[in-house]
Design a protein around this ligand. Sequence first.
Ligand SMILES: Nc1nc2c(ncn2[C@@H]2O[C@H](COP(=O)(O)OP(=O)(O)OP(=O)(O)O)[C@@H](O)[C@H]2O)c(=O)[nH]1
Length: 321
Amino acid sequence: MTYFYLDRFQQAEFFAEKVNELPLAPNNLLVKKRANEALSLVAGKRGQFDKAYQYQVVANALSLQILNEQKVKENAYQMARFDSVEKNRENTSLIQDHELLMQQKDLFMKEKSSSIMFSTLLVGVSVGLLLLLISAWMQRNQFMKQAQCDGLTGIFNRRTGQELAENEFIEAQTAREPFCVLLMDLDLFKNINDQFGHATGDWALKKFTAVIAALLRPNDIFTRMGGEEFAIFMPKIDKLSAMEFAERIRIEVSQINTRYSGHEFTITVSGGVSYANKDDLSLDPLIQRADLALYRAKHNGRNCVVCYDNSFAPHTPSDPA
Ligand SMILES: Nc1nc2c(ncn2[C@@H]2O[C@H](COP(=O)(O)OP(=O)(O)OP(=O)(O)O)[C@@H](O)[C@H]2O)c(=O)[nH]1
């Protein structure tokens, strides 16, 4: 164009032709348009109006193409902007969703931890209560045992043993079943205490109890009546079997090895057996008769068993056995 305005048409035409030969790439559109305009002007100056017109048409077409290119670029730019705005919006929404999720997660974790705390507390309180109940129950059992049993030997004390035996006796009488009592008294026990001391006497009482406990039947009620006097209340056993059992006890006791007490001595026991009559209304007369038999055993020289019979008391009720 510069050459054209300097009236150097030939040079203007030469360079415009050169530019016009460039390929129809988007970067070349503008220069090609200007080249065609220059060629059109040159042709117009030379009076070649047809040619000028054609160059002008090409220049216009190129202008249009340039305009289209710009529009396409603008559209692309707008689309890109729109995309970017849309992506930003999506990002913001995603971030908000994420924050919401995190808050929900936080809430869930808090709820979970408080529920775990509550469960732990509940389990702790339950276990504590259970332990308290168990210890109360064990204490109750211990108190009951202490109230029912003799502290030294662990067998029933007189009150409990006689109470249990009384019930068994009434049941036996109602069912017309036999019932026997064996009263036992350790022989010359005072001598053991005096010679070897009270602790050895205690050892002898415990050993004596253990030996007899091993011989008892499940129904027998073994009782410490007091001091060195013991009783076995025997439901469902006749006087013959009761005598055999008493004799067995006597022998076993006489064979106790006392070496483990630290002293060597002999333990013997005397026994009195009585049996229930149909006229007996309570356990007391049986115990009294067993006591008489025991007294007779002591009188007979100790270390023996005597069974009560009518000869002890000629005026007592008749003996059906
Ligand atoms: N070590 C000890 N001795 C006891 C216990 N209870 C009673 N005794 C003693 O037992 C002895 C009983 O003596 P006595 O009643 O004279 O009778 P015994 O010496 O066994 O003579 P006999 O019964 O006639 O054979 C007393 O010395 C009491 O102190 C006890 O729990 N432990």
